[in-house]
Write a protein that binds this ligand. Structure first.
Ligand code: URP
Ligand code: ZN
Ligand code: ZN
Length: 468
């Protein structure tokens, strides 16, 4: 009884269902659901009751693409695992999958252990890791198998950033061949980085140094071409493929063609591509630097194709690619040379709200909101049904969401450790009220009651989405 919580009277929304139900939580898990005020739920007793009348009761968000403390562009992403996961909880996300990084010339094991150490004891919510492969060679290919067994079941490769994370086509093919055997999922940063670097050099030589040129040199065609190439390499290898941070209509079209052929090819987009555009990159006085990320923001005409892709399931997941850098002292490293602006945007706290706004605006349904933000990322990365749903046996990662509250996103009120909001002044209908992580209340009616160290490392099985 003392470890039981009863959530009464809310509309329980999962990817599959909506029902007015009472939810019983016991020992950190969902113990049972029953129709609201039914004889069954009236018989339940609990130490704590949460009144969810006029609220949604939804699974905690699963953000499958974050970069806490990422070393990048001569600096580090400004959210630590402590500040970033606390902000995630504020925004209704209860699981992140972050990226451990292999240093060129070093073992995967070394990079992974470093990331375990960064996160251990510091997280407010549960977390897992993908592994960034920066140096595909015989040794790292062998290590992939061991990592899959250990619960690191996805590997990011970069067709961009030559000299940093870049892999050539031969390395990509080898890693894909290995994943076809060991069950790992290759996640691809699909931009032709070799061609982009030529265009960067030419732009700078012409004196085009402002942030908006970041968007101009990283051309739509070079995202589409890399997406196409990645898909063909995956076909040759017989491996599934997950393309990260898809931003261009033409890249969605490549995914759609592949999926129409029945290929196991999946795509993720991010709130910044759905809600922001090259207009932001062109903001004067170097303010555009706040919006520098890769793939870059696109002209707003691309947004319709991204929403369409999310509706048609040519895109399956919305993650944040949360990679915050402060404007002062970090984004400013690129004054006078856009190529030196650290790439990345903050957003881990904003994703669930922005996607609820998309429900209000009619872009997606309520259940699709939960599918793309909770259930499918959990399935894609081997966390389902522990995460991503509300069902008996699942972890009690639950958000009580007020769909009628009004809020304005702002740096003044957010909890991310970054000195600006990419969505400053944006009005949102809907707000997180209370959050449970494995049954513990970590946000209690908009007060943080969690703690660093509550969140635990969560090993993952291989992709559970391959039959979709
Ligand atoms: O601009 C971005 N996306 N920064 C984070 C690294 C990556 O490529 O995902
Ligand atoms: Zn990337
Ligand atoms: Zn990323």
């Amino acid at each position: 009884m003392s470890n039981r919580t009863l959530i009464r009277g809310g509309l329980v929304v999962t990817a599959a269902d909506e029902m007015h139900a009472d939810v019983l939580v016991e020992d950190g898990r969902i113990a049972a659901l029953a129709a609201h005020n039914s004889p069954v739920s009236q018989g339940w007793t609990a130490a704590r009751a949460i009144d969810a009348t006029n609220r949604y009761v939804i699974p905690g968000g699963v953000d499958a693409h974050t970069h806490m403390e990422l070393p990048f562009g001569g600096t580090f992403a400004s959210d630590s695992f402590e500040t970033g996961t606390r902000a995630a909880a504020w925004g209704g996300t209860t699981t992140i999958v972050d990226f451990a990084v292999q240093t060129v010339g070093r073992a995967l094991r070394e990079g992974l252990d470093a990331w375990y150490a960064k996160a251990d004891g510091n997280c407010a919510i549960d977390y897992g890791f993908h592994m960034i492969l920066s140096d595909v060679n015989e040794q790292s290919l062998k290590e992939m198998d061991l990592l899959v067994e250990e619960g690191i079941t996805s590997f990011k490769l970069f067709m961009a950033y030559p000299g940093v994370f870049y892999s050539d086509d031969g390395q990509i093919l080898r890693a894909m061949q290995r994943s076809a055997v060991n069950g790992g999922l290759i996640m691809m940063h699909a931009e032709n980085g070799i061609a982009i670097d030529v265009l960067v050099e030419q732009a700078l030589a012409r004196g085009e140094t402002d942030p908006r040129y970041h968007g101009e040199v990283r051309k739509v065609l070079l995202e589409a071409e890399a997406t196409h190439r990645a898909i063909q390499l995956a076909r040759v290898a017989g491996a599934p493929l997950y393309v990260v941070h898809v931003s261009a209509e033409e890249a969605v079209a490549e995914l759609a063609v592949a999926r129409d052929k029945g290929l196991p090819v999946f795509g993720e987009t991010c709130p910044q591509y759905l809600f922001l555009s090259t207009d932001n990159l062109a903001e004067p006085d170097f303010e555009g630097a706040k919006y520098v990320c890769s793939t870059p923001l696109r002209p707003r005409e691309h947004q319709a194709a991204l929403w369409r892709g999310l509706r048609s399931n040519d895109l399956q997941v919305v993650s944040t690619d949360h990679c915050p850098f402060c404007f002062t002292g970090q984004k400013e490293l690129g004054r006078g040379d856009f190529s030196k602006i650290p790439n990345g945007l903050p957003g881990v706290e904003n994703r669930m709200d922005l996607l609820h706004q998309a429900v209000v605006d009619g872009h997606i349904t309520r259940r699709r909101w939960i599918e793309i933000a909770c259930a499918t990322p959990a399935r894609m990365f081997g966390l389902y049904p522990k995460k991503g749903t509300i069902a008996p046996g699942a972890d009690a990662d639950v958000v009580i969401y007020d769909p009628h509250a009004e809020q304005t996103l702002s740096v003044r009120t957010h909890h991310m450790n970054v000195d600006y909001s990419a969505y400053e002044g944006r009005r949102i209908t809907g707000r997180v009220e209370t959050v449970l992580s494995r049954g513990e209340v970590v946000i209690d009616q908009r007060t943080f009651t969690g703690r660093a160290g509550h969140g635990v490392y969560t090993p993952r099985s291989t992709c559970q989405y391959l039959d979709h």
